[in-house]
Design a protein around this ligand. Sequence first.
Ligand SMILES: Cc1cc2nc3c(=O)[nH]c(=O)nc-3n(C[C@H](O)[C@H](O)[C@H](O)COP(=O)(O)OP(=O)(O)OC[C@H]3O[C@@H](n4cnc5c(N)ncnc54)[C@H](O)[C@@H]3O)c2cc1C
Length: 255
Amino acid sequence: METALVLDERGFTPVIFEEQSQLGGALLIAERGQHKQRIGAYVRYLRRRIEDAGITVHLNTAPQIADIEALAPCGVFVACGAAPYRPPVPGIAGPQVYTAEDVLLERAHPHGKVAIIGTGMTGLEAAEMLIGHGCRLTLVEMLTRVGPGMLPMVVDDIMGRVSAGEPRVLTGHRLDEIRADSVRLTRLADDTAETIPTDCVVLAAGVRPRSEVTDRFASALPHVYVIGDAAHGGRILDATQDAYGKASVFDGDGP
Ligand SMILES: Cc1cc2nc3c(=O)[nH]c(=O)nc-3n(C[C@H](O)[C@H](O)[C@H](O)COP(=O)(O)OP(=O)(O)OC[C@H]3O[C@@H](n4cnc5c(N)ncnc54)[C@H](O)[C@@H]3O)c2cc1C
């Protein structure tokens, strides 16, 4: 949306394709966390500006190369975001394995003993939600502290609420295998194996750019610019700055 707004202001005629039924992308998941209503307000603000600018939006549309070629665009900005990372361990495709995104969107309902793999913002927000649903949690983090990359005061704030559910916290542990009734971990400090009983597993081990989408466009079309999480998984500010920067210097020398 940011790219389209900047391009529109600069006199181009942007057209947005969005495969979902509404604009907002991962912000619609991010706003599910407690005290994050302002993210929802930001999405509504961007949508309003898109509407006011009269920018064409095709919802429920994942365009094919031919759809883009038909527009003969002078540039293509690919902002398809990132997908949850699934560590390549045995059992990862099990029916009791969910992503934190699915939990936050209430598309998945883990129960009982739940291991959350990863304690970044997404993992902690899923933890907060699951504590509220009465789950007994084990938080598994490969690094030596909970909330890597997060501001300590934000971690303290969320953990203050998560701690009410008395989760087991295993930092310095790597996920090695998911079984129907447990997860097998390695304690990295001394390389010992540990097995934790689980009913469900929630993956929150970060995101990876949707390179299958970006590669498809970049290999078939000229003047392709990959922006936001599709270029490098990050945060709202990173994605917005990237979008603003690339749209601001775009020279439109395409066809
Ligand atoms: C649970 C969670 C919590 C977060 N909390 C925060 C936070 O508190 N603060 C913060 O700064 N950041 C947070 N983030 C990160 C932030 O949401 C992202 O950095 C930001 O949304 C990236 O924007 P984007 O436009 O690059 O990608 P996205 O928001 O992922 O948007 C990509 C869009 O592309 C669409 N799409 C994908 N493929 C196609 C296709 N082939 N055709 C058409 N459309 C397609 C998708 O449907 C989606 O709407 C959070 C993320 C998550 C998942």
